[in-house]
Design a protein around this ligand. Structure first.
Ligand code: FCB
Length: 450
């Protein structure tokens, strides 16, 4: 891909473009049982044998709960105008029903006020996977009742913070919660049942629509939306079989979410494929799911290539891979954005996550992560290319502010533009963070001004 100069690239974005960094509660906060927090399904999952590659958990993570103030200073020092974070539902309501925990709400209030005091817009996500365990014990997202509990939680967050957050996303990546949590079982709560997974997907989307409606009734002024993990799904060859499989996989990853939210219907071919496992739709559900939103958040990491028989070998294309063995494929982001713009009446699109895990050797206090910097540059250019072709883009956020608990991969995979030494909780800006800061035009301290 042709790389323009950073200054040209930056200047091609509108001045009100949102530039941010992103995190999520379970991955950074630690303080798993502090100040009345209840256990989440991820606390339970980590405690099970064989679930997390390095046998770690989120008990301490980046100690962000304790290090909030210095972390806020660090965020502001990057020159971003937005910070995407999530609230831990069991921190603000230990059991997911009943009493709210004022100390938990206080924490997010300090976070939001601290961002605003530093000129950074708060982008809140309500559900980044850490469902209260007490709700899981009553069926979790497979139970329709959980939708009502989620609306109560959304309203409580709105009551405390709705006048100050710039944006509220209901859920992060319903596909991941549904499929990785309930079909393949590699994420919490670790189930392996496609029918349950599809109930979960439906209830996540239903609760999203219900929450949007309830928040609007309360006069919520924050921009409302959801965050999906999307990718272009490509057939490995031109054979009819591979193409048919790619179409189905696109249906399971993208159309199963986009169609109900933007066309008030489930894709027919996917419903037929699912048969008995199809989502349990009740009268009126699809209208609720299709409640208009102000923005759609997209998390993009790579493309997906499928074959009718067997697995696609990521080494076969010769593309460079990240430490997650994900192909580095920035043009897929342009392709995806153009497709969404073409096929759906989408609102403003935000890239709510984009980034990569790389090796990151720490040498003499510096991390020369040129590969991550290149990844970010080329993906930002890919966003620009989509905008130049008419896509309405509102912002771009790097995953992640700092290294953190990468779910089933534990702490070994580092996505941060800031390095975290987990023994000391020392944060060190990697070269990619220094680059991003410079790209954004933030004030560079004198010793690095050259
Ligand atoms: C996304 C998650 C995020 C992070 C990145 C690498 O699926 O939303 O929490 O783990 O992947």
């Amino acid at each position: 891909m042709h790389l323009r100069s950073d200054a040209d690239l930056k200047a091609s974005f509108p001045s009100d473009f949102v530039w941010g960094v992103a995190t999520s509660a379970f991955q950074i906060e630690g303080a798993h049982d502090a100040d009345g927090k209840g256990p989440s399904i991820w606390d339970t999952f980590c405690a099970k044998e064989g679930t997390i590659a390095d046998k770690s958990d989120g008990k301490e993570a980046c100690a962000h709960y304790r290090l909030l103030e210095p972390d806020l200073d660090m965020i502001a020092s990057l020159g971003v105008n937005a910070y995407r974070f999530s609230a831990s539902w069991p921190r603000v309501q230990a059991l997911g029903s009943g009493a709210f925990n004022s100390k938990g709400l206080d924490f997010y209030e300090r976070l939001v006020d601290g961002l605003l005091a530093r000129g950074v817009a708060p982008y809140l996500t309500l559900n980044h996977w850490d469902l209260p365990q007490a709700l899981q014990d009553q069926g979790g997202w497979a139970a329709r009742d959980t939708c009502d509990r989620f609306v109560d939680y959304a309203l409580a967050m709105h009551q405390r913070l709705g006048d100050r957050v710039a944006s509220i996303a209901t859920h992060n990546e319903p596909w991941v919660m549904s499929i990785l949590g309930h079909e393949s079982g590699i994420f919490a709560p670790g189930m392996k049942d496609r029918g349950i997974a599809m109930r979960v997907a439906h209830h996540l989307m239903l609760s999203h629509g219900m929450a949007l409606r309830a928040l609007r009734v309360q006069g919520c002024t924050a921009k409302l939306g959801i965050v999906l993990n999307l990718a272009p799904v490509q057939a490995a060859t031109d054979s009819a079989q591979d193409k048919a499989k790619a179409h189905l996989e696109d249906g399971l990853l993208l159309r199963l979410y986009m169609d109900p939210m933007f066309r008030a219907s489930y894709p027919q071919d996917v419903m037929e494929h699912l048969g008995m496992d199809a989502p349990p739709v009740q009268a009126g559900d699809l209208d609720i799911i299709a409640t208009p939103m102000d923005f759609l958040g997209i998390n993009y990491y790579s493309r997906s290539v499928v074959r009718a028989e067997g697995q696609w070998d990521v080494h076969s294309s010769g593309l460079p891979l990240t430490e997650m063995a994900w192909e580095i494929y920035p043009q897929g982001l342009t392709e995806l954005l153009l497709r969404l713009h073409r096929d759906y009446p989408v609102p403003t699109l935000l890239i709510t996550e984009n980034g990569g895990a790389f090796k990151d050797p720490l040498t003499q206090g510096r991390i020369h992560d040129a590969d991550r910097q290149h990844y970010l540059q080329t993906h930002i250019a890919a966003v620009q290319a989509a905008m130049a072709q008419g896509v309405n883009m509102g912002g771009y956020m790097v995953w992640s502010l700092m290294d953190n608990f990468e779910w089933a991969s534990g702490y070994a995979k580092r996505f941060g533009i800031v390095h975290v030494d987990y023994a000391t909780q020392k944060r060190t800006l990697k070269d990619s963070a220094l680059w991003y800061r410079q790209f954004l035009g933030a004030q560079v301290p004198a010793q690095r001004a050259a």
